[in-house]
Design a binder for this molecule. Structure first.
Ligand SMILES: [Fe+2]
Length: 259
């Protein structure tokens, strides 16, 4: 008698684990990675990231509850931060903005960023520095203290049904993000992470900026809309609390097969 058993069903791993594994592989800083290999993995990551939903990371619905425009006496912090994963090359996290709240204008020195809205919608105003960049991506100051010429891009409204926004070390690296019409949540993949970068021996800090209104005339360039950005201290109306991530864990050695 011949007994045959059906094959085991394939091990299906969660979407966020696949995204995590691909992000780790894409942004791992290995000198042998060719730029074409990086670009192909980056595009794969971008495409798969565009399919993620809030349910895929088990986002607690109470964090997304609309309690009206943010009131610090009633609502705690304006922004909630949730870290899903971090190693020396990449951070994967979620920011939740209450209604009427903004992440103040900030930079990502020398970093790549992918921002996928999971809930609600946000307005994103991006800028690109046109100053010469130093090694860690912070613009070299050009004669005027704390002021940097930057290209102001078209503001965009992004919701959960839209593809991810991308920022590069040299393009759209500064942005301000506002929640629109209610709370909003977005997944952020940032590489390399903020903080101590042992590989480069630098501290990668986040810097805050404001657009200079009046005073100096805008810098002269052949095309585009240019503005001055002024380096400012961290705005006092912006702070974060933290929430625990309760979705599928992302592990350093995880891969698409869930191993
Ligand atoms: Fe950002």
């Amino acid at each position: 008698m011949c007994t045959s058993f059906p094959p085991f069903p394939p091990v299906m791993t969660s979407l966020i684990r696949q995204i995590g594994a691909l992000a780790v592989r894409t942004f791992r800083r290995e000198p042998q990675t060719s730029s074409s290999n990086f670009m192909s993995q980056y595009e794969q990551l971008y495409n798969i990231l565009n399919t993620i939903k809030a349910e895929d990371i088990n986002l607690d619905p109470s964090l997304l509850e609309d309690r009206g425009t943010f009131n610090p006496r009633r609502d705690g912090a304006p922004v909630t931060y949730m870290q899903l994963y971090e190693d020396s090359d990449v951070t994967i996290c979620v920011f939740i903005l209450k209604k009427g709240v903004r992440l103040p204008m900030h930079d990502h020195p020398g970093m790549h960023g992918l921002l996928k809205v999971l809930h609600g919608s946000v307005a994103v105003q991006s800028y690109s520095f046109i100053a010469n960049m130093s090694m860690d991506g912070v613009p070299v100051n050009q004669s005027l203290s704390g002021m940097f010429p930057a290209r102001k891009h078209e503001a965009v409204t992004v919701s959960a049904s839209d593809p991810a926004c991308r920022l590069l070390p040299e393009k759209q690296n500064v942005h301000e993000i506002r929640s629109l019409n209610g709370p909003a949540a977005f997944l952020d993949i940032l590489a390399p992470p903020y903080g101590t970068d042992k590989r480069l021996g630098i501290e990668r800090d986040c810097h805050y900026y404001q657009e200079l209104v009046g005073g100096f005339p805008p810098p002269q360039v052949p095309e585009g809309r240019l503005v001055w950005l002024v380096n400012v201290p961290s705005p006092t109306d912006f702070w974060c609390d933290q929430a625990e991530y309760s979705g599928p864990p992302i592990e350093e050695d995880s891969d698409e097969n869930g191993s």
